[in-house]
Design a protein around this ligand. Structure first.
Ligand code: HEC
Length: 169
């Protein structure tokens, strides 16, 4: 076998190892930890969020004119739909869809997607969470996301929990 062929095989092996290490993720595919979020519990069913109830929305999540729906996976569901203190188990994932306006929300048109994922045990540190800013994005540490969500530190960095939604709707 020629050296060049060996090199190609070597590169393919490395690529295979890297792909496996990333749990089979192929670029452009959503992370499997939230790929099927549409089948999860939609905690905003019948009580979609809009405006700026916290006073901290700024320009993120499509701002005060945006319409927002929130989904939670089974791991985080009981905590999110429960009551304070909110301490999420590792593996909890919260997905937020944000629409430009009411018409887009009604048509379910082009939502932006943001994701927060509890990656490390225990509450009390914003760095226990990792963040993705799109459906096909990569979750990782983010000072930008964590920084603002620190306002919700007493609720394990999650704003949209049952108490919040009950107060709004
Ligand atoms: C300027 C402040 C701010 C920044 C920056 C911010 N968020 Fe949020 N986020 C909020 C507020 C406020 C809410 C909920 C209340 C609302 O919709 O008004 C929220 C809600 C969420 C939710 C739904 C669960 C929850 O915590 O309520 C997710 C998921 C989320 N944000 C992810 C992200 C991600 C990912 C980033 C970074 C790309 C990010 N956020 C950056 C303020 C922020």
């Amino acid at each position: 076998m020629k050296a060049r062929q060996l090199k190609v095989i070597g590169a393919l092996t490395v690529a295979a190892v890297v792909t496996t290490a990333c749990s089979g993720l192929i670029k452009g595919d959503p992370d499997e930890r939230w790929a099927d979020y549409k089948t999860w519990t939609k905690i905003t069913e019948g009580r979609t969020g809009t405006g700026d109830p916290t006073g901290f929305i700024g320009n993120v999540h499509k701002g005060r004119d945006g319409y927002r729906d929130v989904y939670v996976n089974d791991i985080g569901k009981d905590t999110l739909l429960g009551s304070a203190p909110y301490v999420f188990p590792v593996g909890s994932v919260v997905v937020k869809e944000q629409f430009n306006n009411k018409a887009d929300w009604e048509a379910q048109k082009n939502p932006g997607v943001t994701v927060s994922l509890k990656a490390v045990e225990g509450s009390g540190a914003a760095t226990n969470w990792i963040w993705a800013n799109s459906y096909t994005g990569t979750a990782g540490k983010s000072d930008f996301c964590a920084g603002c969500h620190t306002i919700a530190a007493k609720d394990d960095f999650v704003f949209t929990h049952e108490d919040f939604l009950s107060a709004e709707n």
